[in-house]
Structure formats: C-alpha cells, structure tokens
Ligand binder design. Structure first.
Ligand code: HEM
Length: 414
C-alpha cells in the first residue's frame, strides 16, 4: 500500500485557482506524470490520478483488479484500520448501490433498473421532456434574462427523473439540498453533522414514499423497485433506499452541469453556436462533443487496486486508491485530434464522459436526450442568447468530482 508515501501534492487539483487552469494542469500531468500519486482532498490520503485516455479506459474496464468495494482489496486488518480512521462511517442505507458494488451484486442491481433506461424507453419520454422544457422557457422568455442553472438546467432533469421514479416534483428543492450534501466530501464536523441529518431526512422521506407505493402501486420505477424488494431475494431494504438516492442524485446533478457547460461552451465559441443554429440536425451529435469538451463528471469514483498492477509505467500496489480523470482523458491529444478545440462536427467522439466498462452510465441515453432537447429549445426560443457574466466572474462549485458552475446568467432579445 502507498500510505507511507504521502508527500506534498505536486499538482493543485482542488482549489479555485485550479478551476481556472484545469485543462492546462491536466495537459502537464498527461505529459509528465500520467499516472501520478499524490494526496487527495484531505491532504493526506495518497491517491493515484490517471490522466491519459488509454490508461483511463484500461482502468475502468478492468473491474477485476480495480474495484469499488474495499473489502475486495484490503485484508480484514487493513479494512478495520480504514474504518477506524474514516472521518464518517459509511451509512449503508444510502451507500449500498451500483457505484459501491462489484461483480454479481452489481449485475443483479443493474438488471433491476436497466429496462427503464434503454434508448427505446427513453425516446418515449421525448414529448414530455419537450413539454417541460417549453413550460420552463414560457416562464422566463418575456424577461430577457435568467440564471440558466436555477431557471432551466436544474428544474428540467430533476422534473424528468422525479416523474420517472414517481416522486412528487414539488419536493425538488429538498432533493437539491440533500443532493448537494451527498456530493460534498464531509471534511469538517459541520459537514459531517449535515450529512447525517440530511441522510436521516432523505431516508424518512423515502420511507413515507415506499409505504405509499406499497399500499397503492403505480406505473413508476419506485413502485417496481418496491415490488422487487417485497419479493425478498432481489433487493434488500438498504439497496432500495440506496438505489432511489443514487438515481435521484446521479439523475440530475450531472445533467444540470452538462446543459450548463454545453451552453457556456457554445456561447464562448460563436462559430460553433452558429453551426448549430443553421443546422439543428447537428445538435444530437454535438451533445457528445460538448460532453467531451467540458465533462461534468470530471473524475470518477475512487477505485481500490485489488492486486499489484502496472499502469502507464507505474506500479500500483494492492490496496492503493485510484481515480480516473475523465476530464483529462477527454482532452488527450493522442486520442483526439486538436483535443482542445470544440468542433461540433467532429467524427469519432468516443469520449469517456459517461465512464466505460461495467459501470458505464446507466442514464446516458436520458442525459443525452435531455441535453439535446434543452439546446434545441434554447436555440429555437431565445434569439440572441448570450452570456450575461464576465468569464472571470464564473464560479465553479467546489465539488471535487464534478465540473459544475454554480450559476450562469444569460440574456436574449426578448
Ligand atoms: C450528463 C449527465 C451524466 C453524466 C456526465 C454521467 C456520468 C456518469 C459516469 C462517468 C459514470 C461512471 C462512474 C464511475 O465509473 O465511477 C456514471 C454512472 C452512473 N450514472 Fe450517470 N451520468 C449522467 C447522467 C445520469 C443520469 C441522467 C442518470 C439517471 C438515472 C445516471 C445514472 C447513473 C448510474 C445509476 C450510474 C452507475 C452505473 C453503474 O455503476 O452500473 N447518470 N454516470
């Protein structure tokens, strides 16, 4: 294990300044230290950061040697020590989900929800997503300005995922608060207290919802999951809570950022925006290029090495922690020609923005459809759309795994 090798961090990967120089930092890492060990966010725990495209693909597709469950990588003693040292004990009610499980447990959980997210099922949501986008724009169009995040990019995906799951949309602001807590690393006592409080609130909320759906099942995903739990051998109670939490959090956090980052990228690349304006059929493939160019999930969940592994010329030891830096891999010049250039007509955009391998994003077809509709509606309905904030005033949220703007003021000719 690498625990004795923790030195000072060579690369700033967390500060506000890093946010202004993200892609320059990653370019240096790809060139000089493509598989690099340095302390993570807590300033202590050593983590390998993997920044080249090929290495990221190798890491994400090798789920035998890079695992999510530490019990598969650590000895019982190491595991106990880790649990003792951990600032916040894992709450299994909300952490027994797809992104913490490997092997057969992961496959079983994934099978339960795969059917709801196939491209065909998702395409069936198109008219409703268009309607939601129109309603949101009806409310702001006459004003000539809005905060893209609060008024459009957040309410769109949270409404879609709430309807899909069968959760009251009126409660969306509560999900936003809980979600925000779940994506922040609990580094201070205050954040740890908030994490426990919000977990309890979220679970109590879900308890009521599950009770209601048990009594009166409807045609939604929560009813289907509750029935799977009742059948006993498919889904435990903790897995049921955790699945709902994961789908709510993963189902909107990331899409908010994709829509926002995509609009930001287009408004700062007028030639690319003009190309989409003149040919709407470019929008669906452009979503992938926009996702490659400014990836909302910038770094994956941390994996554990279950064995000693050679990667990118480095020897990663069993028990080490490893992160795939998606935002860097998607800008790797050895994979993408002129990787730093946004080109909405680019061919072969095989990015890793949705991950790769067994944990490939379940919601990819949904996220792509939502973003395609969002961009098309914004182009159709808000003439002269432009940024209403200086580049220097943009504030990137301090959430280490996401690249996500706190707000994006925009204006148009009302
Ligand atoms: C732009 C939007 C999105 C992006 C960029 C994104 C990105 C990702 C990435 C990178 C992973 C893999 C994480 C890892 O391997 O560590 C992932 C997994 C996942 N995503 Fe998404 N996601 C998005 C939208 C969604 C939506 C709308 C849902 C809705 C249900 C969703 C549900 C999931 C789930 C359940 C997993 C875990 C899959 C598994 O472990 O088998 N995501 N996503």
């Amino acid at each position: 294990m690498a625990s004795l090798m923790a030195g000072a961090a060579k690369y700033d990967l967390y500060s506000h300044d890093f946010r202004r120089a993200t892609y320059e930092t990653y370019a240096r890492m790809r060139e000089r230290d493509p598989v690099h060990l340095q302390p993570g966010l807590d300033g202590e725990t050593p983590i390998w950061f993997v920044t080249r495209y090929d290495d990221v693909v190798a890491l994400l597709t090798d789920n035998e040697r890079f695992v999510l469950d530490p019990a598969l990588a650590l000895t019982p003693d190491e595991l106990r020590r880790r649990e003792d040292e951990s600032p916040l004990p894992l709450d299994e009610r909300v952490s027994t989900h797809l992104l913490t499980q490997d092997g057969e447990d992961h496959r079983r959980l994934r099978r339960l929800v795969t059917k709801a997210f196939t491209p065909r099922m998702i395409e069936g949501l198109r008219p409703r997503i268009e309607e939601i986008a129109d309603e949101l724009l009806d409310a702001v169009a006459p004003h000539g300005s809005m905060d893209l995040v609060d008024d459009f990019a957040f309410p769109l995906p949270i409404t879609v995922i709430a309807e899909l799951l069968g959760i009251p949309v009126e409660d969306r602001d509560r999900f936003r608060v809980w979600s925000n807590t779940f994506v922040l690393p609990p580094l201070t006592d205050e954040l740890r207290e908030q994490f426990s409080r919000h977990t309890n609130e979220f679970v109590a909320y879900l308890d009521d919802l599950f009770r209601e759906r048990r009594a009166r099942p409807t045609d939604d995903l929560v009813s289907a999951l509750v029935q799977a739990e009742e059948q006993g051998d498919h889904l435990s109670e903790n897995e049921l809570y955790s699945m709902a939490v994961l789908l709510i959090v993963a189902g909107h956090e990331t899409t908010v950022s994709l829509i926002t980052n995509a609009v930001h990228a287009l408004l700062t690349h007028p030639d690319q925006l003009a190309a989409l304006r003149s040919d709407r059929s470019l929008v669906p493939p452009a979503v992938d290029e926009l996702l490659r160019f400014d990836s909302p999930v910038e770094r994956t969940i941390t994996r554990w090495a279950a064995d000693d592994v050679e990667l990118g010329g480095e020897r990663i030891a069993r028990g080490d922690l490893v992160i795939a830096v998606i935002g860097s891999a998607n800008r790797d010049e050895s994979r993408f020609l002129d990787a730093g250039t946004l080109d909405v007509t680019r061919e072969d955009v095989r990015h890793v923005g949705f991950g790769r391998g067994p944990h490939y994003c379940l919601g990819a077809p949904l996220a792509k459809l939502e973003t395609e509709i969002a961009l098309t509606k914004l182009l159709d309905r808000l003439p002269g759309l432009r940024l209403a904030i200086a580049e220097d005033d943009l504030y990137w949220r301090p959430v280490p795994i996401f690249r996500s703007l706190a707000s994006l003021p925009v204006a148009w000719d009302a």
